[in-house]
Structure formats: structure tokens, C-alpha cells
Design a protein around this ligand. Structure first.
Ligand code: ADP
Ligand code: MN
Ligand code: MN
Ligand code: MN
Length: 367
């Protein structure tokens, strides 16, 4: 008897569809609460039924979860609170169902250590008059469940980098189904996704969120990561936000943060952009400290990056820490691109410190 095939269970999406298509009672709405766990990088989610469609996150009450299972509390005092902060349409359950981005608070209603949003909201409020905009370029790598990149030969490597960036064709574009499904899901959910492209390393992709003003950028990026993880899960594929998933001559993965204020976008804003770059330079190390784990493996000075220990800036320079896009240099206004953040960064921490350094004039203590 072939025990392998008879003992292994599996689910079937075609059967699932019969149930997903069941009508849902009018007064029953599914709200999936999503939060960042104790790692500060991974997402968790659980769903509850509410009795009417929420129109805003304010229509949803706080909830809680077992923080001892997410690295956020001890077992003896384990309840962590979930505070809804933004809602989106649910592209999986459709209808009135919602996805809910949440902040986390400890038993004493103090924020948990992975709640970087509070500080970010404070900064955005203080800088409201400057209208800070962000465009985040999220790069990611698709992996099989054994941890090897999706579509790569087992025990070997694909052809060296070259044909894959914006590549088309079966050997060039590995995992496009996931990228396309994610794009549509973002649009449906209400994420301001700006575009997408295949990246330099095969099985690596990028999408952009923005431009968004203030706190929306990071809220939407986190929600877009949730969508990506859930969609890839359905295809049986892992998403890695590791900034250097494969060592050697393979590009790493970043989360470039494009940034502007009102005055940068106005005529001759280039002067303000140059001043901002000066301010960013003065706090290089402090920025790097919140730009993602293992970023030193990526920011080597090779593979379209600047060395982690040196700050440099330039027009159209993809080997710079901060790049001024060519068009911005020509039009003398627009935005700058901070190329330093890693793909696993917390966008709350990244947009927070950029606004504090550039808009609020925060400085490091003299050393
Ligand atoms: P590249 O790959 O050339 O670095 P992308 O096209 O991937 O650039 O990303 C550019 C990002 O910059 C997009 O997310 C876009 O929304 C954003 N962006 C464009 N204009 C502004 C602006 N004035 N302020 C902030 N972000 C901007
Ligand atoms: Mn890009
Ligand atoms: Mn890219
Ligand atoms: Mn970029």
C-alpha cells in the first residue's frame, strides 16, 4: 500500500470556493484584525464577527489576543490589546468584510515595544503643515517552502543576473501569478499601489505604495505586506523580506523611501531637497539603526547600494545612500529617494525618523 498518498491530507481551492460563495447574512460582517508581532517584522491576524459594516476604524472596538504566543507578553499577564487604526476592503472574503490594521498595547495600556506607530503619528501631526509625502518601494523574494527561491533549480543556481529585471518569459519572470494577484488585491483593498516590476534577482519582485501623505504610507505598506503573505500562502509559496536572501552575486532587497514636502515639490524645491540631504547626512548612523535588521549584508557598496558606513548622495546615482531622480534634477523640484531602508524595515520607524530629521529638525546629541 502506498501510505504516502493515502495518509497525506490536502485541501482543494475548488471545494473551498463552494463555501466562500455561500451568502452571508446582512447583519454579519467579518473583521480581520492585523497586527505586528514581537519580532517587529512579522504579522499576525485573527477574525471576529461584527453586526454591521464599519465605515471607519472608529466603528470597531478594541480587541485582545494572547501576547505570550506572539513574543509580546508573559504567560502570567498575557492579554495584549488591539486598537483598530485603519480599515480596508477584504479582497479574500469580499462583500462588506474588512481588514483592520491595529496598534498593540500592553495590559497597562502602554504601547508594546513593537508599536512604532505612536511615535510616527506624533511626528506626522507635528509636520502636517509641510505635507510630507512618501512612496515606498517594497522589494521581496519568493521562496519555496524549503527556503530556496521559487523557480530556482534545486541544488543549483539560475543563470547570473541580467535578464530578470523587468523580465518577460518563463525563465525570466518567476512567480508573476503572485505579483499580479497582489496588485489587484491592493487596488481592491484601497491600498494606493503605484506600480510593480520584476527585480534584478530572479524570483525577486517590487511594488510601490504611494505617494501617500503622512501616516497612510506606513499603514498601507503594512497592509500590503499582509495581502502579499496571504496571497503567496494560497499558492504554497513563502515571501521573504530578508535584505540579502541569497549571499554572493545576487542583489539584496530594499525598501527605498521616496520623500518630499510641499516646498520640495514647488519651483526651485531642489534647494530644500539639498538642505534635507545635509540633515540626513548628519544623522546617518541613527537612521541606519532603524532601517532594518541585517541591512549590513545588503549595503555593501555593490549591487546598486552604498556602503553602510558612508553617506553619499547624487543625481541619478543608484550607488548612493540618497538619490535625486534625474527628472527631479532637471525640473529642479520634486523629491528625494532614501535608498538605505532594507526590505524588512518597519515603515513606521523609517517615515518617522525622516520627518523628525528633515521636517522637525531633530538632531543627535553631540558625541
Ligand atoms: P525607482 O525604481 O526608479 O527608484 P519607482 O518608480 O519604483 O522608482 O518608485 C518611485 C516612487 O516615488 C513611487 O512610489 C512614487 O509614488 C514615489 N513618488 C513620486 N513622486 C513623489 C513625491 N513628490 N514625493 C514622494 N514620493 C514620490
Ligand atoms: Mn523601484
Ligand atoms: Mn527596485
Ligand atoms: Mn528606487
Amino acid at each position: 500500500m502506498n501510505t504516502k498518498s493515502t495518509n497525506v491530507g490536502s485541501t482543494d481551492k475548488a471545494i473551498l470556493r463552494r463555501y466562500l460563495e455561500l451568502p452571508q447574512p446582512d447583519n454579519k460582517v467579518m473583521a480581520t484584525y492585523i497586527w505586528i508581532d514581537g519580532t517587529g517584522e512579522n504579522l499576525r491576524a485573527k477574525t471576529r464577527t461584527v453586526d454591521k459594516e464599519p465605515k471607519s476604524h472608529k466603528d470597531l472596538s478594541w480587541w485582545n489576543f494572547d501576547g505570550s504566543s506572539t513574543g509580546q507578553a508573559e504567560g502570567s499577564n498575557s492579554d495584549i490589546y488591539l486598537k483598530p487604526v485603519a480599515i480596508y476592503n477584504d479582497p479574500f472574503m469580499l462583500g462588506k468584510n474588512k481588514l483592520v490594521m491595529c496598534e498593540t498595547y500592553k495590559y497597562n495600556r502602554e504601547p508594546t515595544s513593537s508599536n512604532k506607530r505612536i511615535s510616527c503619528v506624533e511626528a506626522m501631526k507635528a509636520a502636517t503643515d509641510q505635507h510630507p509625502w512618501f512612496g515606498l518601494e517594497q522589494e521581496y523574494t519568493l521562496l519555496d517552502r524549503d527556503g530556496w527561491p521559487f523557480g530556482w533549480p534545486k541544488g543549483g543556481f539560475p543563470h547570473p543576473q541580467g535578464p530578470y529585471y523587468c523580465g518577460v518569459g518563463a525563465s525570466q519572470a518567476l512567480g508573476r501569478d503572485i505579483e499580479e494577484a497582489h496588485y489587484k488585491a491592493c487596488l481592491y483593498a484601497g491600498v494606493n499601489i503605484g506600480g510593480t516590476n520584476a527585480e534584478v534577482m530572479p524570483a525577486q519582485w517590487e511594488y510601490q505604495v504611494g505617494p501617500c501623505e503622512g501616516i497612510d504610507a506606513a499603514d498601507q505598506l503594512w497592509l500590503s505586506r499582509y495581502l502579499l503573505l496571504r496571497i503567496a500562502e494560497e499558492f504554497g509559496v513563502q515571501v521573504s523580506f530578508d535584505p540579502k536572501p541569497i549571499p554572493g552575486d545576487w542583489n539584496g532587497a530594499g525598501c527605498h523611501c521616496n520623500f518630499s514636502t510641499q516646498t520640495m515639490r514647488e519651483p526651485n524645491g531642489i534647494e530644500i531637497i539639498n538642505e534635507a540631504i545635509q540633515l540626513l547626512q548628519q544623522r546617518h548612523k541613527t537612521h541606519i539603526s532603524v532601517y532594518g535588521r541585517n541591512n549590513e549584508l545588503r549595503l555593501t557598496g555593490r549591487h546598486e547600494t552604498a556602503n553602510i558606513n558612508q553617506f553619499n548622495a547624487g543625481i541619478a546615482n543608484r550607488g548612493a545612500s540618497v538619490r535625486i531622480p534625474r527628472q527631479v534634477g532637471e525640473e529642479k523640484c520634486g523629491y528625494l529617494e532614501d535608498r538605505r531602508p532594507a526590505s524588512n524595515c518597519d515603515p513606521y520607524a523609517v517615515t518617522d525618523i525622516i520627518v523628525r530629521t528633515v521636517c522637525l529638525g531633530e538632531k543627535d546629541p553631540e558625541s
